[in-house]
Design a protein around this ligand. Structure first.
Ligand code: HDE
Length: 728
């Protein structure tokens, strides 16, 4: 229970009293300028909520709210100034003793400019360093209200969010398209305080206990000797760890599957992984697992695309997210929960809900949709927002609580700790992107980078000098009341028997995949293991796979030239069709379509096709031999790429309108890639022979012959909505 909600309190609520020059409070002393408000004796209605990212109770020395206009505050003057506001006549010439003489130490602008520059970088995140983010809004549909009292789930309620997607292993400048898990962290700025749902795109984790986190990260990061490989799991130490800690088998399998190389952040699922505890208005509790379901479906690259993109466009995912938002193709996800009874053993259908290496198949516990998130705005400044944002799985609101999952418990310690060093002290909650949109009145004071000017003299409780402020809230004022949970047992470093099964869920995942996905997974294992220098590690990895699936173990062994495992006696598992990405149809909005042309192409026909593609909500990229617009300057069709700069990875499908009479080799390479990557190609009759001559296979399942450009989109749509021509 809260200690006090005002009624029996001896404390009074009011504006802090004025301090004397010596710092002592003078009860009831008037403010120097404005007349002092009368000091109330009871808790009052809160002030109106701060506007977007406004600073709660944070006042500058000049009396302005620092948060109300964060961007204005950063760039207030039309003139270039020093950091102290002195206007500058130049910033290109340092002060020198004569035109050719030495630079003078007294040049403050020079020293200030270079000193600030010297300190522009902060330490990158120890994991998840490479990320991209966006602002958005979450709209609740009311379906969670019966199980959760958090106001963010009130029917129709809109809550602002900031979302950061990331890779895990690479440094800040590494490629987006590497094989890795992706972070999916959402900050909900709710009116009851900030709630962070800090998840991943894979629903299981490598380890069951946070105490192993430094070990798995040391194993996965570049080798300490040569600091290679960057952003890769294809190396000895990673495979050494995951084969010796077999609880990592399921997560490793997910990483080796197509889930490890998403097509776009917009096309990833997100998972809270751990089980959380929700409580409703009556105090009834339920256990839940969170799922984000992308409206565009879950889609991946093929390995060849990921590799080419790593060289051609290492910022592929970052660009894709920002372009989509800028063009109005706003990414959307439904948020859902799997709900389980909060039983004493916290098990469901034999699955330990506290084991973060396990999922509960959706077929056993359907995902109930409780709201939708739309990303609406790109960050204004990468450093200020995407880099400085600080998520924490312990940022919770009333009605959402943690469980005893030992991985989650360790995370609750780690995030704040790492942020204190990454963000240079304990006051990073005052940074605009981290400020709650609920009102803040804490008793934390001082520290590095303190930018609030706190009034009053008594940041402790109870106090009689600051009018007793701030007050405690009770449940009816939306206080964070801990759910009483019985804890019993002896302190032990043992793990429960239910954590011993390391393979059945890996098997469940693998057997739920379509054959083409299984093939990709086996190839990924072979690729990564072939990069390991130590034969013993390759063999051990195959040995682990013999606990998962006969065919997978055989296939990987064959690809590595290792002996085939003998017949295996593995328990059968039920499959979960929801885990496969193949077979469904999805909206095609935002997909990129190449329009291949030559210098003589009819600008009207190409222009009409470009319009049709735009009208259908897709993005045309016209490719031509040179950058000269088609049809001359008037009524021209702009050229997005030349054959020299274009590469297959940018397109989800292609329309061949014309080809140059003597195409450069890059065009043939593009056809080969489009086919290998299972992308649909619509070819005008008139261009078919030329296309076949340079490598298009007319028997390829994805090739369609069209008589006019008007037939292009209908010909491509079905393959696009399935993401790929899977029968390639
Ligand atoms: Fe994290 N993780 N993590 N993690 N994590 C961090 O916090 C940690 C885990 C996740 O975009 C760090 O501010 C431990 C699981 C995301 O800013 C750090 C353990 C899941 C992000 C940290 C885990 C995640 C992080 C590094 C094992 C999915 C990026 C920088 C117990 C549910 C958030 C930072 C962003 C970041 C610790 C495991 C998700 C070091 C100790 C499981 C999405 O505190």
């Amino acid at each position: 229970m809260a200690e006090n909600n005002g009624a029996e309190s001896t404390e009074t609520h009011g504006t802090p009293r004025q301090a004397t020059p010596s710092g002592h409070a003078l009860p009831g002393a008037p403010a120097p300028k404005a007349p002092a408000p009368e000091e109330p004796t009871q808790p009052q209605a809160p002030l109106p909520p701060a506007s977007d990212q406004a600073a709660p109770a944070t006042v500058t020395a000049t009396g302005n709210s620092t948060g109300a206009e964060p961007t204005l505050r950063a760039q207030q003057s039309t003139y270039l100034t020093t950091a102290q506001g002195g206007r500058l006549p130049t910033t290109d010439h340092s002060l020198r003793a004569g035109e050719r003489g030495p630079v003078l130490l007294q040049d403050h602008h020079l020293r200030e400019k270079i000193t600030h520059f010297d300190h522009e970088r902060i330490p990158e995140r120890v994991v998840h360093a490479r990320g991209a983010a966006a602002h958005g809004v979450f709209r609740a549909n009311g379906a969670a209200k019966s199980i959760c009292r958090a106001s963010v789930f009130d029917q129709g309620k809109e809550t602002e969010v900031f979302v950061r997607f990331s890779t895990v292993l690479g440094s800040r400048g590494s490629a987006d398209t590497v094989r890795d898990t992706r972070g999916f962290a959402v900050k909900f700025y709710t009116d009851q305080g900030t709630w962070d749902l800090v998840g991943n795109n894979i629903p299981v984790f490598f380890i069951q206990d946070a105490i192993k986190f430094p070990d798995v990260v040391h194993a996965a990061k570049p080798h300490p000797t040569r600091e290679i490989p960057q952003a890769q799991s294809a190396h000895d130490t990673f495979w050494d760890f995951v084969t010796l800690h077999t609880e990592a088998t399921a997560h490793t399998l997910w990483n080796m599957s197509d889930r490890g190389i998403p097509r776009s952040y917009r096309m990833m699922e997100g998972f809270g992984i751990h089980t959380f505890r929700m409580s409703n208005d009556d105090g009834t509790t339920s256990l839940v697992k969170f799922h984000w379901k992308p409206r565009l479906g879950v889609h991946s690259m093929v390995w060849e695309e990921a590799q080419i993109a790593g060289g051609m466009d290492p910022d592929f995912h970052r660009r894709d997210l920002a372009d989509a938002i800028e063009s109005g193709a706003l990414p959307e996800w439904d948020l859902g929960v799997q709900v389980f009874p909060d039983t004493e053993d916290q098990m469901f259908e034999g699955i330990d809900l506290l084991d973060p290496t396990k999922i509960v198949p959706e077929e056993l516990a359907p995902v109930k949709i409780i709201g939708t998130m739309t990303l609406t705005k790109n960050p204004t400044n990468y450093f200020a927002e995407t880099e400085q944002v600080a998520f924490h799985p312990g940022h919770l609101v009333p009605g959402i609580d943690v469980t005893a999952d030992p991985l989650l418990q360790g995370r609750l310690f780690s995030y704040l700790d790492t942020q204190i060093s990454r963000l240079g002290g304990p006051n990073f909650a005052q940074l605009p992107v981290n400020r709650p949109h609920a009102q803040v009145n804490d008793m934390q004071r001082d520290g590095m980078h303190q930018s609030a000017v706190h009034a009053g003299v008594a940041p402790y409780k109870p106090n009689s000098l600051d009018g007793g402020c701030p007050f405690f809230a009770g449940a009816d004022q939306g206080a964070l009341i801990d759910v009483p949970v019985a804890i019993k047992g002896e302190a032990t470093r043992e793990k429960p028997a239910s954590f011993e099964d390391h393979f059945s869920q890996a098997r469940l995942f693998y057997r739920s995949l379509a054959p083409v996905e299984q093939e990709h997974t086996a190839s990924a294992y072979a690729f990564e293991l072939a990069k390991c220098y130590e034969p013993v590690i390759r063999q051990r990895a195959v040995d682990v796979l013999t606990q998962v699936d006969q065919e997978l173990a055989e296939s990987v062994a064959a690809k590595l030239g290792l002996p085939a495992p003998g017949p295996l006696d593995l328990d059968p598992v039920d499959v979960s069709p929801a885990l496969s990405q193949v077979g469904s149809e999805w909206p095609v909005s935002g997909r990129q379509i190449a329009v291949l042309t030559c210098e003589e192409s009819d600008p009207h026909a190409v222009g009409a096709l470009v319009d049709q593609i735009f009208d259908a909500g897709l993005v045309p990229l016209v490719v031509a031999p040179t950058g000269e617009p088609l049809g001359g300057e008037d009524g021209a069709v702009a050229i997005a790429r030349t054959y020299f700069t274009a590469r297959s990875i940018e397109f989800d499908a292609a329309v061949v309108v014309d080809l140059p009479a003597e195409p450069e080799p890059a065009v043939g390479v593009m056809f080969g890639e489009l086919q290998r990557q299972g992308k649909a190609v619509a070819v005008l009759d008139s261009a078919m022979e030329a296309a076949v001559a340079i490598g298009l296979d007319r028997e390829y399942e994805g090739t369609s012959r069209i008589a006019s450009t008007g037939e292009a989109l209908p010909a491509l749509r079905s393959a696009l909505s399935r993401h790929r021509v899977w029968a390639r």
